[in-house]
Design a protein around this ligand. Structure first.
Ligand code: 2U9
Length: 346
């Protein structure tokens, strides 16, 4: 019994003085003291040799030793995890950092922002609206009543559950919503995504992006329209670029005109891009139709206005020579990265 007491005393001291360094020493400790062939188990087996009157005292001693070993083992385990964490944090901060791949603005965003910024300088403010529209804001209020042949010009995505709802085919619906709430003077620029049911190819897509503008006030004339759009072209493409208007037809404007710019590639002398005409079409425009003004209780005898619309993809195609519409939505970084150097105009 005396011998056992001495042994337990020595082991307790050994346990208390045991210094753990990592997970391996904690495990070595466990095997040595608490394992199936460990010290505690061995001493427990010695119990059979202890006289019965001393068994209780010896049992208490061994239990105490076992608890001390278990407690030490828990402490060693905790120490080893926090040591590991600390060694993970042992980082050389002088090493160069990992490269961060910074994204670039999408070319359509760059062009959109530039267009909006140019018109901002002329006093046009930004207006936005929903992409899911109702028939009134997209068609009827725009002088395109039901069965109007002009509706055939745009193949529309209708919402099955409610055919009064559709994906807007132009951002004119945004102008309609502004005119509903605000009386002239109105001078707004409306960029946004629009949808048309077209088969996807290099030249057509089922969605694209537009910017439309509207200016309604007293004494707004076609001369204002021409000067405004001329300013836009000079700011967008350069001072040497010329413009010309060709008569056209849109249900929401009267008179209507399409605008061409002199070819950016050949300067007007004729090349493949302008099909040897010297001109390329960039937008549609016209004086707001009196019926449209009446639909919003704006008196066409007092107020007049001009409006225009352009495809952002088309402007981007001319400015950056992008020859396939699908590139804009394929998210190929080899394409997108080519616009990293464009200085954004805001
Ligand atoms: C109101 C009244 C009139 C907007 C206009 C055009 C002419 C036009 C096309 C250009 C290429 C659409 O992106 S495109 O396919 N747009 O030709 N848009 S006038 O006329 C309006 C708008 C709002 C209240």
């Amino acid at each position: 019994m005396e011998e056992l007491l001495q042994q337990v005393d020595l082991y307790k001291k050994e346990i208390e003085n045991f210094i753990g360094e990592n997970g391996d020493t904690a495990e070595a400790f466990r095997i040595k003291f608490l394992g199936t062939k460990g010290i505690v188990k061995n001493l427990m087996q010695e119990m059979k040799n202890v006289p019965s009157e001393k068994k209780k005292e010896a049992g208490l001693l061994l239990n105490d030793l076992k608890q001390t070993a278990e407690l030490k083992y828990e402490t060693l385990k905790q120490q080893s995890t926090s040591n590991n964490q600390q060694s993970n944090m042992n980082v050389d901060y002088t090493l160069p950092g990992d490269e961060i791949n910074i994204g670039t603005r999408h070319p359509l965003s760059l062009v959109r922002n530039r267009i909006v910024s140019i018109f901002n300088r002329l006093g046009f403010t930004l207006a936005e609206g929903p992409e899911i529209e109702d028939d009134w804001h997209n068609f009827t209020s725009m002088n395109m009543p039901e069965n109007h042949p002009a509706r055939d010009m745009q193949d529309t995505f209708y919402v099955h559950q409610n055919p009064d709802w559709l994906l807007r085919t132009h951002t004119s619906s945004v102008q309609a919503r502004v005119m509903e709430k605000q009386k002239p003077p109105i001078r707004i620029i409306c960029p946004g995504r629009v949808y048309r049911n077209e088969t996807i190819s290099a030249r057509a897509h089922c969605f694209f992006h537009q910017v439309e503008g509207l200016y309604v006030d007293e004494n707004v004339s076609f001369a204002d329209l021409k000067q405004t759009l001329y300013f836009f072209v000079q700011e967008m493409f350069g001072k040497d670029v010329r413009i010309r208007f060709r008569p056209s037809y849109f249900p929401f404007t009267e008179p209507s005109a399409e605008m061409d710019i002199s070819c950016l590639i050949c300067g007007g002398s004729g090349c493949n891009v302008c099909k040897h005409t010297g001109w390329v079409e960039i937008l549609g425009s016209g004086m707001v139709h009196p019926n449209v003004l009446k639909n919003f209780d704006i008196d066409p005898e007092v107020y007049t206005g001009f409006a225009f619309g352009m495809g952002i993809e088309r402007i981007c195609q001319l400015k950056y020579r992008v020859n396939d519409l699908r590139l804009y939505s394929q998210n190929d970084v080899r394409f997108l990265k080519q616009f990293a150097g464009v200085v954004p105009l805001v």
